[in-house]
Structures are given as C-alpha cells and as structure tokens.
Design a protein around this ligand. Sequence first.
Ligand code: BGC
Length: 371
Amino acid sequence: MKRFASIFLSMILAVGMLAGCGSSTTGSGSKGGTQVGIVLPTKDEPRWLQDQKQFEKLLTEAGFTSEVLFSQGSSATEKTNVESLITSGVKVLVICAQDASAAGAAVEAAKAAGVTVICYDRLITDTDAVDYYVTFDSVAVGEAQGQYLIDNKPEGTGIPLYLYAGAATDNNAFLFFEGAWKVLQPYIADGTFVIANSSEAVALQDKAELTYDEKSKILGQVTTDWDFNVAKSKAEAHLTANDASMKGDVLILAPNDGTSRAIADAFTADADVSSYVITGQDAELASINYIQGGKQSMTVFKNTSTLAADSVAMASAILKGEKASTDTTYNNGKIDVPAKQTPVTVVTADNYKQVLVDSGYYTQEEIDSAK
Ligand code: BGC
C-alpha cells in the first residue's frame, strides 16, 4: 500500500514536472484558437521572465489570444512547443531559439502550416522559413562592454584581460564577441591588454576583424554555454592555470549578468586578484545588487518592453494581412531577414535609478527584495 502510494505520488510529480517544462500561460482566453504563440528558451534565467512579463501584458492589452511556452534548454521541447502552437491554430509564431540552427526544423514546420515566423532576439540560421527578426543591436552590446573595460582600465600596460563568451549555438554570442573584439583588439595588439585565458585569441590578436571560423575557435575556449556553473568552473580553472603575474588589477569581458556574477565570485575568491572590472548584460535584478555592492561593474540594459512591443506591433500588422515595418536586415546564411532593431543602454551604479527605477521598468522594492 505504502509502495503504491509512493509510486502514485511520483507519477503525480512527474506529470507536474512535464507540465512545468512546456509551462504555458494563456493570454486573453483561447476561444477560437490561439492567434499568437511565443516560444522562449528557458524559465531558469531571469532575462526571459522579463520578456514573458512584457509579452503577457502587451498581448492581453492588444486583445490577442496568445500562449507563452518555454523550451527549458531543449531543442526537442522547443519543437514540441512549436507543434502544439501550430495545432492551437497560431497565425504568428514569435520564437527565441534555443539553438540557432536546430530551430530550423521547427520553423519550417510552422511555415509549412502557413504561420508567419518572427525570430525574437536570437536569429535562426540557415533556413528561409523565417519572415522577420526583432532584435536588440547585439554588436552594440559587445561594443559597450568592450568600451567600458577600456574607459575603466587601470593605469599602465600589460593589463590582464580575461575573455568569456556566450553559447556557440546562439548567433548572438558571435555578435556580442564581434562588437567587443572590435573595440578591444587595438588595445590587445599594442600591448595595453594581455589576453590571459585563450591561446586562440592570442594567436589572432593582430587581426582587427575575425571570420566566423576564427570567432568559433575563440568561443570554443571561452564559451560559458550561457551557464553560470560552466562560467564559474572555467574562471576557476583559468585562475588556477595563471600565476600572480596575470592577476593583480584585471579586466574581465563577461557576456551576460548570470555568467558575470559567477565569474565575479571566482575572481573575488582569488587572493592574488586585487581588483577587477567586469561587464554584464540584461540588467537582471541580482546584478543590479551586485553593481550596487561593487561586485559587478556594469550591465547592458536591453529594454524587453520595447522588444516585446515591436513583436506585438508586427503580429498586429501580420494579422491584418499587412507587411510589418522593419528598419534593417540580417543575413541568416540563407536569406536577408527583414529586421527591427532596438538600441541598448549602459547601466552602472551611477545611473541605474534613473534608467531602471525612474522609468518604471523596476521598482526599488523589486531590486531590494532580490538581494
Ligand atoms: C540574449 C541575452 C541572454 C543570453 C542568455 C542571448 O541570446 O540576447 O540577453 O543573456 O542569450 O540567455
């Protein structure tokens, strides 16, 4: 009896967990099918919960029936999510891909069912089954990170520079790195900075512009996979491999907030590191606290309400049978995808109140309760 009860309990738990995986939220009711489907990469990074919140608000205000699903780091779940939205009758699919190339099959299925596909934040590559791309200026994110390190570097030359990047399956990781390399490379080439953790980057340090394959080689060494555990253990391994001459006052290019906090913790724990300047991205609540506490130097704020609003405006045009308005194009390896691009803002301890609190993006209570 006891055994039966425990099997029954684990079945209930398993069903609950499965439901949590695709975790869906319905917008303003689903009578007559869902009009707009949103697929986001994971609930486990606060960045995507910001997007979810904005989508739910804006889609409900616009009066669309909608559903937001999470892929939980799995391209297979992503594909299932897309298929379930197709079955629900979506006319527009807004998708932030888990893996740029693996997502091709999912959007091809959507296209075949007559759905208009909008890539959200991350470009899906090597397929013609995408209609639009709504994005932040990702090269500008990397430039802002690199420029911050330059503007806040310690005196002198030979300053150790630790490079970290996002997941190689995410096209954005390449764009962020490209932007950062563009501004950092002259300082590396003239000896102001010395790369501390990538032999591939050292081998390429005299090249102002890197090819995709060259960036891949560097990312192969310094990727965090967008995972803070990977980021932390890589940082620890790099610190173990280096002696005190590559420590002291250092600069760290960290690709986003989650990885930045993990890398910062590793550098804080090393007695030979006297100070560090470290970048971030996403203006996550936990990072605003790190910035206030002097543990993270900056973040790049990407206003998710603008990106979600642009997507909803696009969906609106598409549902009316009109062409959506765009301002640039991105080549995805197959086609030039019409795109709408949004600028980004650097946030530091000096301006976070003005940019994030006064604008109403966060309340001070939200920031304080994330401590
Ligand atoms: C997004 C970042 C995010 C990262 C990890 C990127 O594609 O642009 O905002 O931090 O993925 O999820």
